[in-house]
Design a protein around this ligand. Structure first.
Ligand code: 5RP
Length: 226
């Protein structure tokens, strides 16, 4: 099974958790996109009524194009279920997210939801977080200060750029800094260290936020729980 096939499989499975009347958070990234497409199809076929809030402009646009009712968090401040992908998942179900640069809004939507289910292909499951660079959303003015602080913490930071060399900007118009840590042996400490740097708006460590990860691989979809 290819990685894309695994993503499609797990995205389809996640739709089974959506019930009529639910307020649903839409994630960001390629797996979340497959989920949004599968959800749009499901809603069309079954006629169930759901309302959604998206974690990025791109996912909001896609949801609306597919006929989903996509509202703002101001209009729908409490959600029942948030479905999103992740870049890494450890055995305690801690996550690194933000490969797509949406970790701030993703964490806001996840925090607004009663339940957060993560959908990944098996390549995302790791014994220790940190091989995937840890992304931080950073206020533009604070970039030099934050880079200095991250270097002092030996977190090996690098400002994210677009392929054409221009600054990568989030939907909130902030910079992204990726920390090439290799291994994050104490995620709570790293989260606290980076949060303490003035100018860091949010980081991509999602600790204790999910109790169910759906993992797709050659044996189908398996569940990691805690
Ligand atoms: C975006 C994210 C994504 O969930 C994460 O990057 C996984 O993406 P994909 O499903 O494309 O592998 O956190 O900010």
């Amino acid at each position: 099974m290819t990685q894309d096939e695994a993503k499609a499989l797990v995205a389809k499975r996640a739709v089974e958790f959506v019930e009529g009347g639910m307020r649903v958070g839409l994630g960001t990234g390629s797996t979340a996109t497959m989920f949004i497409r599968a959800l749009g199809e499901h809603v069309k076929q079954t006629g169930i009524k759901i309302r959604c809030v998206a974690s990025s402009d791109a996912s909001a646009k896609l949801g609306k194009e597919l006929g989903l009712e996509v509202l703002t968090l101001a209009e729908l401040p409490e959600l029942d279920l948030y479905i999103d992908g992740a870049d890494e998942v450890d055995p305690q179900l801690n996550l690194i997210k933000g490969g797509g640069g949406a970790m701030l809004r993703e964490k806001i939507v996840a925090s607004s939801s009663k339940r957060f289910i993560v959908v990944v292909d098996h390549t995302k499951v790791v014994p220790v977080l940190g091989k995937f660079p840890l992304p931080l959303e950073v206020i533009k003015m604070a970039l030099p200060l934050v880079l200095f602080g991250l270097n002092k913490l030996a977190l090996n930071p690098k400002q994210r750029k677009r392929p054409d060399g221009s600054d990568y900007l989030t939907d909130e118009n902030n910079f992204v800094v990726d920390c090439f840590c290799t291994a994050i042996t104490d995620p709570a400490k790293t989260a606290s260290d980076v949060r303490n740097l003035v100018g860091v708006v949010e980081h991509g460590l999602f600790l204790g936020m999910t109790n169910l990860v759906l993992v797709a691989g050659d044996n189908g979809v398996t569940e990691m729980t805690r």
